[in-house]
Design a binder for this molecule. Structure first.
Ligand code: OAD
Length: 225
């Protein structure tokens, strides 16, 4: 079967990584929106570097869980396109390859001056030099609010051809990812939502599996055979 899976922060929650909207949404008393925007980076680059350094450290401490591993098993038996909004590497460490990181990756740095990408050191700051052009213009290779997500053409194409579309652990509040279910349904896919509670775009899905990802994702993968 041709399957497209979209994952969000909820799949990594049981690995100990914070989701965006379940708690107070604050980091060091800053709203997430105040650190995850291009404007924030211009205003206070040191703060933004510190935020992503902290997230790299948290990710390094975390281990993939049963839901990440179940999706690696799914790819062994089906034609799976795995799209994630997550910037952690838990899918890869859980055995998945070719993961499409539509919101970028903590593991990558991007030069704001020449566009070069390179494997990110665990800690970056205002003085981190681009290895290609030598400018001190390193930024996290993360898609911030107001920026265009990566690989959109490839994702829309996969959605159009999908027989099954599943959204796992995502609140359905951030577009364009929140619109994938709607588009998949229009293209004829059977749409399944797997989440701790109903998302903001629940109505776009034919089926709802409610519960913790480590439980419902392996069960769902098992049922698909
Ligand atoms: P959210 O924090 O908005 O939503 C996480 C969802 O996961 C919620 O619906 C929770 O109910 C659900 N959830 C929590 N724990 C779960 C568990 N153990 N099992 C299953 N579901 C669980 O995170 P996202 O939807 O991923 O963008 O957020 C989308 C984007 O908003 C992120 O990629 C990020 C943020 O701004 C960027 O950084 C560009």
């Amino acid at each position: 079967m041709r399957i497209v899976v979209l994952t969000g922060a909820g799949i990594s929650a049981e690995s100990g990584l914070r989701t965006f909207r379940a708690e107070d949404g604050l980091w060091e008393d800053h709203r997430i929106e105040d650190v995850a925007t291009p404007e924030a980076f211009i205003r206070d680059p040191a703060l933004v570097h510190r935020f992503y350094n902290a997230r790299r450290a948290a990710t390094a401490q975390a281990e993939p869980n049963a839901a990440h591993r179940a999706l690696a098993d799914l790819a062994a038996r089906h034609e799976l396109t795995l799209v994630t909004q997550n910037v952690d590497d838990l899918h890869e460490r859980g055995g998945s390859s070719n993961v499409i990181h539509m919101h970028g990756e903590l593991a990558s740095s991007l030069c704001a001056s020449c566009g070069h990408r390179w494997p990110s050191p665990m800690e970056t700051d205002r003085k981190t030099l681009c290895p290609a052009c030598g400018t001190a213009a390193a930024r996290p290779d993360i898609v911030w609010f107001g920026e265009m997500p990566y690989h959109m053409e490839q994702i829309w194409e996969a959605i159009q051809q999908a027989e099954i579309f599943a959204a796992i652990g995502t609140s359905g509040q951030v577009y364009p990812a929140a619109g994938f279910g709607h588009q998949a349904r229009r293209s004829g896919a059977h749409c399944v939502e797997l989440n701790l509670d109903r998302s903001a775009v629940s109505r776009d899905f034919h089926e709802h599996l409610i519960g913790p990802a480590t439980q419902i994702v392996p069960e769902w993968v098992g049922r698909l055979g």
